[in-house]
Write a protein that binds this ligand. Structure first.
Ligand code: PGA
Ligand code: ZN
Length: 441
């Protein structure tokens, strides 16, 4: 008997994200024709701060309430336009439903309905279907093969747009590549995090945290951050470069100045008392030097989203040694990724479901990456909620890596805790890839 999960209702509401800004949450109720029961699926949408120029549109009201950030129009789009269009459809037809959402919007970047409106529905649909089939989300989305836990790319020191400190690069992360389970990996990360806190305290540096739960002290440059990270790994009893590698997200689009064509470092400038500016060539050499001196395995958005020439040079020089992740560059968009693959740009894509606005399109980006030997890193946004969908998606799509913040703040820890539960549920089938998550060793 073919299962039909009839969509009975679609309802969205405005809730708050981890920064106290509004975001969209949707409920979908389906009727399972097999057992005559109703099932609910709920999903909430995250939101970025260092948003890429080519992301799908996050619809904001632009009215006085919430400083213009209200999402009542997006909510209305779900309740008045999407709900009638999906009524009676089969929630099992995820691809078809996502195509309906794309058609209903009718634009390249979802500016009519809002990617926040479409994503809430797309994810809630998958959740309702999984619930109706009594399956965990990772199993429903990924099928029988879903068994790979991701290596955390854990952001323990925040800068850039995610904190009010002087650190110009946005994220300094640790990756436990030698653990034998996800649980073991998480423990390593948490122990390093606590050691980092102690080191900062001992030096009289701030232990306040940024948007993603990492510490946000004032430090003069990337080298001083990397020194601290290496020290914290040692202090926790692990070997930097062996047990734990380092990842960085420069979020360089935020540093790039179109007028000068250069990368500006405001924090470094203020602490050094002189203007620090780097050209594309100097940025590449700088990263080359950092990766020689520190155990860096992954580097995200090292250059700006439109600096394709620079990205090509960067890839030629560094791709054999480290993972080069495109976030603002690819924006989870298979067309931009295809262009990058053709040019030989980067070797990895960051996957943020709200950058593209449907589950299907995010899946297509991961699929295209894997087919072309690019790695894919499942990712949160700096504005998150208690929604843990990305933890399940990382396992479902065998991304083998996940970036979801520090072991601090429940919006971040919820994803790690979900992965602990998945690992427990998978039992013997669970696999932690460690270094196998990378094409570079
Ligand atoms: P965002 O930051 O969510 O603020 O865009 C995350 C990232 O740049 O990877
Ligand atoms: Zn990024």
């Amino acid at each position: 008997m073919n299962t039909y999960l009839e969509i009975k209702s679609v309802h969205a509401r405005e809730i708050l994200d981890s920064r106290g800004n509004p975001t969209v949450e949707a409920d979908i109720i389906v009727l399972n024709g097999n057992d005559g029961q109703f099932y609910l699926g709920t999903a909430a949408v995250p939101s970025g701060a260092s948003t890429g120029r080519f992301e799908a549109v996050e619809l904001r009201d632009g009215e006085p309430r919430y400083f213009g950030l209200g999402v009542q129009h997006a909510v209305k789009n779900v309740n008045e336009k999407i709900a009638p269009a999906l009524a009676g459809e089969n929630a099992l037809d995820q691809f078809r439903l996502d195509r309906l959402l794309i058609e209903l919007d009718g634009t390249e970047n979802k500016e009519n309905l809002g990617a926040n409106a479409t994503l809430s529905v797309s994810l809630a649909c998958a959740r309702a279907a999984a619930n109706a089939l009594s399956m965990p989300l990772y199993r429903y989305v990924g099928g029988a093969g879903a068994h790979l836990l991701p290596v955390p790319m854990m952001n323990i020191l925040n800068g850039g747009k995610h904190a009010a400190n002087t650190v110009d690069f946005q994220e300094f992360m640790i990756m436990p590549v030698r653990a034998d389970s996800f649980g073991g990996a998480l423990r390593i990360c948490a122990e390093v995090y606590h050691n980092l806190k102690k080191i900062l305290q001992d030096r009289g540096l701030s232990t306040g945290v940024g948007d993603e739960g990492g510490f946000a002290p004032d430090l003069p440059d990337a080298e001083s951050v990397l020194e601290l990270l290496v020290e914290a790994v040692h202090a926790a009893g692990y070997i930097p470069g062996d047990d734990v590698r380092i990842a960085m997200d420069a979020a360089a689009s935020e540093l790039y100045n179109e007028k000068t064509g250069m990368y500006h470092f405001p924090g470094e400038s203020s602490l050094k008392g002189q203007e620090v500016i780097r050209s594309t060539e100097e940025m590449i050499s700088y990263f080359e030097k950092l990766s020689r001196n520190y155990p860096i395995i992954s580097l995200e958005d090292a250059l700006a989203e439109e600096d394709w020439d620079g990205w090509q040079k960067l890839t030629e020089r560094l791709a054999g040694k480290i993972q080069l992740v495109g976030d603002d560059l690819f924006v989870t968009n298979k067309k931009r990724l295809a262009a990058g693959i053709k040019l030989g740009t980067a070797n990895s894509i960051l996957v943020k479901v709200n950058q593209i606005g449907t589950l299907t399109e995010a899946f297509e980006a991961v699929e295209l990456a894997h087919k072309n030997h690019y790695t894919a890193v499942m990712s949160h946004r700096s504005g998150e909620t208690e929604d843990t969908t990305i933890a399940d998606l990382a396992v479902a799509w065998n991304t083998a890596q996940i970036k979801t913040g520090a072991p601090c703040r429940s919006d971040r820890v919820a994803k790690y805790n979900r992965l602990l539960r998945i690992e427990e549920e998978l039992g013997k089938a669970a696999e932690y890839p460690g270094l196998l998550a990378f094409h570079v060793q």
